[in-house]
Design a protein around this ligand. Structure first.
Ligand code: 3NM
Ligand code: MG
Length: 510
């Protein structure tokens, strides 16, 4: 089998070199930073110049023992005895390229659709370049970007169609902020079969520090492979044990929990976070998210207020949280109530990796594409789903995250393991913001949960803790209605002990 490590695939473009650097220099530095394969892509070079450049780059790649592939031009590949070629749909047909190059050279093919992937697999391609992931200014592409969900779809088809081991990378707008998300989200078959790597042009070629750029991309790739280990099969007893550990850990760490939330609940969420043992930051200004992200342990994004400034803030915070591998809890408030909300939320899920999605039955149903439970304003209408655990599980698998679906009973699933939480009190439905405070509670525990490599359990701890506080508050003789309940609710979040948490948590595995 041909040796081929596709994990960090550099496609060159000498038109975007930083001032003072030559193409062979940038390729050399990028390889030092961790690039594993190089494709020379010179769309405007004359044949003579292309060959001359290719020889200079080849001196660098040979020294590093990294394969060099030539974009499109078989003649150039043959002239310099390159390791192979990469061809697009409008280039020389795969079969002819193979018969000219022989069985030992590497041939990669660009594909956009399931059909193109099938054909390339049947034609004996060694790997696929699946595009276009995100919008890019580097190349004029015929079809718009398909996002990691579209890439996953094509990748699954390629795997189904191949009898040999097919490999693939994805390309288009990939950078250090989104690389881990792209790898995680585009993995096939319920997240079990990741792509072999990512291909980038501008993220390395246009960087003034190509070595550092490649190193950062490598770091993101290792983050994404560790994500695959976060969803093991869990036993109930082990979950209860981990839950207790996470609860105790939070109280000894006081994580900084950033919220970008709506103006109705902002004060309640800040108080709930503090009462549970976190330290709230409520900034939504996009300009300060890069600085804040260095200190923040967990991010809660609630889509209740959707001004354009708020959306800018969310996108900036989520981008930087992804870079730092900071857990994001997304509360897609009222998704499905308007087309605008649905579009904003699906764009967030396309562009950023979230650890948890928390919503009511209407919201999670909308993300599952189900109309069984409808939304009216921010509230779900109707009693619930015939099979709520399936809905939660389905959304978790689709978005590669933990899903918490609230209601009279709460469902928590990572797609592999599903639990129902039977704590809580109906008074929670009588104050505004109690759903948003569930998001806060999950976000508050999520940093401790990731330290235990157990995001699913972190979400369980958050919802159990806040539900227990509600039970305790509702029992108090001084609580006479929603107003006094609201104050007592915050008190009881603060008063909840580890012993109570352990003794009173009611969770069942499904
Ligand atoms: N092929 P950047 S997108 C060369 O969709 C190429 O097949 C694409 O550049 C495809 O990493 C693309 O700078 C350019 O966004 C990718
Ligand atoms: Mg081409």
């Amino acid at each position: 089998m041909k040796q081929l490590d596709l994990s960090l695939y550099l496609v060159t473009d000498s038109g975007m070199l930083p001032p003072g650097k030559t193409l062979p220099q940038v390729v050399d530095e990028a390889i030092q930073g961790g690039v594993t394969v190089v494709q020379l892509r010179e769309k405007s070079a004359d044949t003579g110049n292309f060959i001359a450049t290719a020889r200079l780059v080849q001196a660098v790649t040979r020294r590093a023992n990294v394969p060099l592939l030539i974009n499109d031009r078989l003649d150039v590949a043959l002239a310099i005895d390159a390791d192979g070629v990469h061809i697009g749909q409008d280039d020389i047909p795969l079969e002819e390229a193979r018969s000219l190059l022989g069985p030992d050279k590497i041939i990669g093919v660009s594909v956009q659709t399931r059909k193109e992937a099938e054909d390339a697999v049947a034609g004996g391609a060694d790997y696929l370049g699946i595009g276009t992931c995100y919008s890019t200014t580097t190349k004029q592409v015929k079809e718009g970007p398909q996002g990691p969900a579209g890439i996953r779809d094509v990748w699954e088809r390629a795997l189904e169609a191949s009898s040999h081991t097919i490999r693939a990378v994805t390309i288009g707008g990939i950078n250090q902020f989104n690389a881990a998300h792209v790898m995680n989200y585009s993995a096939a078959f319920d997240g079990k079969v990741p792509l072999n790597g990512i291909a980038v042009v501008s993220a390395i070629m246009a960087s003034p520090t190509p070595r550092l750029a490649a190193q950062e991309l490598k770091r993101q790739l290792s983050t994404s492979s560790s994500l695959l280990e976060l969803r093991p099969h869990r036993q109930l007893e082990q979950v209860k044990q981990l839950a207790t550990e996470i609860f105790a850990k939070l109280r000894s760490t006081t994580p900084l929990v950033q919220h970008i939330t709506n103006m109705v609940v902002i004060n309640d969420c800040a108080n709930a976070c503090l009462a549970l043992g976190g330290s709230p930051v409520m900034s939504s200004e996009s300009e300060e998210q890069a600085d804040l992200s260095a200190a923040v342990s967990s991010l809660v994004v609630n889509t209740g207020t959707l001004t354009s400034a708020q959306i800018e803030g969310m996108r900036s915070a989520m981008k930087h949280a992804n870079l730092h591998n900071t857990p994001i809890t997304l509360d897609p408030v009222a998704v499905g109530a308007t087309g605008y909300r649905s579009q904003i939320v699906s764009q967030l899920l396309c562009d950023f990796r979230v650890s948890v999605i928390k919503g009511n039955a209407g919201e999670i149903g909308k993300l599952a594409g189900s109309k069984e439970v409808q939304m009216r304003g921010v509230d779900a209408v109707g009693s619930g789903f015939a099979c709520p655990e399936k809905i939660a599980q389905q959304v978790a698998l689709r978005h590669r995250c933990v899903v918490v679906m609230t209601g009279a009973e709460d469902y928590v699933s990572d797609g592999i393991n599903t639990f129902v939480v039977q704590n809580g009190h109906k008074m929670q439905g009588q104050i505004t913001g109690s759903g948003c405070m569930v998001g806060t509670a999950i976000g508050t525990f999520m940093h401790a949960a990731l330290a235990c490599k157990a995001p699913l359990v972190g979400a369980l701890v958050g919802i159990v803790a806040i539900n227990l506080a509600a039970e305790h508050a509702a029992r108090r003789p001084d609580v006479r209605g929603p107003g006094t309940f609201r104050a007592a609710f915050i008190d009881e979040m603060h008063n909840l002990t580890l012993e109570q948490f352990q003794a009173e948590m009611k969770i069942k595995q499904l």
